[in-house]
Every structure is written in C-alpha cells, then in structure tokens.
Design a protein around this ligand. Structure first.
Ligand SMILES: NC(=O)c1ccc[n+]([C@@H]2O[C@H](COP(=O)([O-])OP(=O)(O)OC[C@H]3O[C@@H](n4cnc5c(N)ncnc54)[C@H](OP(=O)(O)O)[C@@H]3O)[C@@H](O)[C@H]2O)c1
Length: 306
C-alpha cells in the first residue's frame, strides 16, 4: 500500500505519522504523480501546530506538503499536457505532497529539465515562487544595493541569486558558516547579530536601496533605519511590522503558478540558479526532517524522498 504523511490533531512533531493509504484515482483534469522528492517548509510546521488555524484550518486527518517532483503514473480524463512516464515538477494546494503518490491538477505541472536534480526539482515550488515574488516586489535594477535577511535559508538562498541575476549588488545576512557559499554566489556576506546595522552601513557605503526580510525579528525596523523606502522593503514573515510601516508582504501567493515554476526550473537548467540541498530524508524520517528545519539554520532546502 502507498504511504503518506498524516496528522489527526494539531500538535508537535509527535502528531506526524506515516500511514498506508489507498492509491488515489485521478479525476477529470488531474494527474497521479509518483513522488520522487518533496520539499518541506516552515509554514507546514505552523499549520500542524495550529498557529494558522483561524486563517487556514486543517481538516483531519490532514496530509501535508505543497512542493513535489515525480513521474506521471496515471492521467485523468481531459488531461492533455502530460502523459504517463513524464518527469514533472509541480505543486498541490491540497496539503498532500508528502506521500508516495499525489493527485495534482494538470495545470500545476511543468516538465523537469533533465539536468535539474530530483531534489532541486522537488524543493522548488514554495521557496522558489516566494523568492521570485519578494525580489520582483522591490523592483531591482542594475546598480541597486539590496540586503536579504536569512540569506542562506530556503527562500533567502534563492532570493539572493535572483537579485544578483537582476543586476543588483546583494548583501546577505547569515551566520559565519554560510559566508563562503554566499561569496561564491556573488553575494557580500554580512554576519547577523549585535552590530549588524553598523556592518551593513560599512559594507554598503551607506547606500541601501531595497531590503528583503525572510527572517523577521526586527529586520523591517532595521531597513527603515537604513533609510530604505517602505515601497522597496518586502517581508514574508513580519506582518505586524509590515502593517506598522506600510512595507510589502509579497510572498508565495503572489507568484504561485506553473509559469513562474517553469521559469525557475529553466534558470536551474541554464546554471543561473542553484537550490542548495541541506539534507534528504526518507519519508519515514519526517520527524527528523522537521526537527532539523525547526532549528532555523537550514542552508537551502530539506527534502523528503518516499
Ligand atoms: N509569506 C510567504 O509566502 C512565505 C513563504 C515561504 C516562507 N515564509 C516564511 O519565511 C521564513 C523563511 O522561510 P525559509 O523556508 O527560508 O526558512 P529557513 O530555510 O528555515 O531559513 C533559515 C535561515 O534563517 C537564517 N537565520 C537564522 N537566524 C537568523 C538571524 N538572527 N538573522 C538572519 N537570518 C537568520 C539561517 O541562517 P544561518 O544558518 O546562517 O544561521 C537560515 O539560513 C519562515 O518563517 C517561513 O514561514 C513565508
């Protein structure tokens, strides 16, 4: 029997189970994908803990997971864009990709370029489309200086590369262990913690045009103090500060579509974007995977492989 991640009530890691489920049958316009890799994201932890229950309640038993890459196993009536055996990258909005098989709307799938690894493909959707939206929202052009917090994390590691591709000078706030990776990707590393504001001012020469916050905890206020216009600050996490200062909050919803996913896959295939893979866990080790993610020091993405 195929396996899938399920939880029956809100709670900590202990509520996550890997259970045997039926093999889903695709209906009109949907596709059954045999999952090769599926990324995990901090938002799934928040949903599982019930922290988003007012906005996005769970119905139990709940599955989880949006990101996926895999092989088309069966197509439903009316599906014209893929055939059985196609290798695809995609997403589901049904909290369901952490499983051996997942039903996906056919319009949520794009081809996997042959030189994009399963792990990078399976980790791409949430972090990639969020980074895309965040970078687009601050309107970068050649010569701009942009600071990115959480620069080596899932979203940040993609955002810094997209910002650099746009011609900006990019400063990445990260721990010392990530300095080399950032420097290797045309990013000026700046260590976070006490004195970060002075270090940014020194490294930027006092000119910061845009700020992308993927970490929270005061970076919006820091961006305001640095003199960045609110229209060129985007936070994907600190909604309280965003409301207070009128800064942007463009994240995954602003670019969560197959068109953007296909563009990002193309950038990876062309060698212009790398998704760092911190670790790959078998589906059965879903607890360990989230335990690591919840430390908030992941470099790039953690991936589950059924
Ligand atoms: N609004 C949306 O649409 C949306 C979409 C996706 C994610 N999110 C949210 O955005 C956040 C980031 O997501 P993610 O997937 O990128 O998370 P992640 O991969 O877990 O990010 C971890 C990163 O945070 C960095 N970090 C730790 N302490 C820091 C500090 N004090 N200052 C700056 N950076 C620090 C770590 O850097 P070091 O390892 O160098 O310490 C690590 O690289 C999460 O809260 C998530 O829920 C929102």
């Amino acid at each position: 029997m195929p396996r899938a991640v399920r939880f029956n009530n809100y709670g900590g890691l202990e509520v996550l189970q890997v259970v045997e489920v039926g093999r889903p049958k695709p209906g009109p316009g949907t596709v059954l994908v045999r999952v090769k890799a599926a990324g995990i994201n901090p938002g799934e932890t928040m949903i599982r803990k019930g922290l988003l229950a007012e906005r996005w309640p769970a119905t139990f038993p709940s599955g989880q997971g949006s990101d996926l890459a895999g092989i088309v196993d069966e197509v439903g009536p009316g599906v014209a864009n893929v055939v059985v055996g196609d290798e695809v990258i995609g997403f589901t909005n049904d909290r369901a990709s952490h499983a051996e098989f997942v039903l996906v709307e056919s319009g949520n799938l794009v081809p996997r370029p042959p030189n994009v690894s399963w792990e990078q493909a399976g980790a791409l959707f949430v972090a990639g489309t969020t980074a895309y939206a965040a970078v687009r929202s601050v309107s970068l052009s050649e010569g701009d200086t942009v600071v990115v917090s959480g620069a080596a994390g899932g979203v940040g590691s993609i955002a810094v590369q997209l910002a650099s591709n746009a011609g900006a000078r990019v400063m990445g706030l990260a721990g010392d262990a990530n300095r080399k990776w950032l420097a290797d990707h045309w990013v000026i590393p700046v260590t976070y913690g006490d004195g970060v504001e002075d270090r940014i001012r020194a490294a930027s020469g006092g000119k910061v045009d845009a700020f992308i916050d993927t970490f929270g905890g005061g970076y919006v206020e820091l961006a305001i103090r640095l003199g960045v216009a609110p229209s060129r600050i985007d936070t994907i996490i600190d909604f309280t500060a965003a409301a207070k200062y009128g800064v942007k909050t463009e994240g995954s919803f602003a670019a969560a579509n197959a068109g953007v996913l296909g563009q990002l896959a193309g950038l990876i295939a062309d060698g212009r974007l790398e998704i760092p893979i911190a670790k790959v866990y078998p589906l059965n080790q879903v607890h360990e995977a989230y335990r690591e993610l919840e430390q908030r020091h992941t470099h790039g993405k953690i991936v589950l492989e059924p």
